[in-house]
Ligand binder design. Sequence first.
Ligand code: NDP
Length: 265
Amino acid sequence: MDKKIFAIFGDPVSHSRSPLMHNSVFKKLNYPASYIRVHLLDGTKLRKTFFDLKLSGANITVPHKEAAFEACDEIRGFAKKVGVVNTIVKENEKLIGYNTDADGFMFAIEEFDTPKHILILGAGGTAKALSARFLQDGIKVDILNRSEGRLNYFKNLGCECYTWGSFQEKKYDLIVNTTSAGLKDEDLPAPIEIIDTLLNTTDFVADAIYGKITPFLQLAQKKNITYKDGADMLLGQGVLANELFVSHILNTSDINQAMKESFLY
Ligand code: NDP
């Protein structure tokens, strides 16, 4: 088998652990492939860059997941529902788009009590995927975003939607930060007064950001709230993406084990 090349597209992308995770699987399970990082500034160039680099597949991270949906020839499974793609596989010179983020997140929160009412902070690609997945399980979802622009999608799904200015305090079982606040900066995902009040009533908190304890999680930690960073979500989505990359010829638990080991480096 020819050696295949896979990549992660993002901006920023230097923080991404995906190359370590996927290369760990390829190396440990003797699969002839390597996985690289591509710093992509313009999402409309994704398709051309994919073919120029002769890739067999890719993952897509912030802020290009919606552009990735547009770049594909065919969309399969959950990605169809949400219009957001985090995994692309080339099949007969066609780009097939998938979304493995939402199931990766469900895996991550398995150890939390089953939530009935969730607040999602942010209204980007990750928020779309998670809200649709939660609603599928009958969980009530509210959205709080910095700006109004992206909220229509969520209103149409049946979510209660707020901006910072219109937010009304409630009790949630779980609050999930899907904004990129805290990724490259020390920002909170909403003004401190809102976050502080929210954290006084919630039982569980999760952040999609991994590799650091964000200011949001630091506050949760101070208040003794059970929290998770994005590492388990990353692992979950990574295992599902890798299965697609290798056309399911490797065993899932072997992929999971080899990928987990990469978190120790
Ligand atoms: P998008 O660019 O699609 O959306 C970003 C969202 O964050 C928007 O709602 C935006 O609000 C909001 N936002 C950005 N900056 C700030 C800020 N300073 N304060 C408040 N809100 C802000 O991003 P994605 O949904 O693709 O990714 C979001 C985060 O989730 C990233 O940090 C990414 O790394 C992480 N992630 C982690 C995964 C994992 O496996 N652990 C998987 C997927 C994502 P507005 O609409 O006002 O611009």
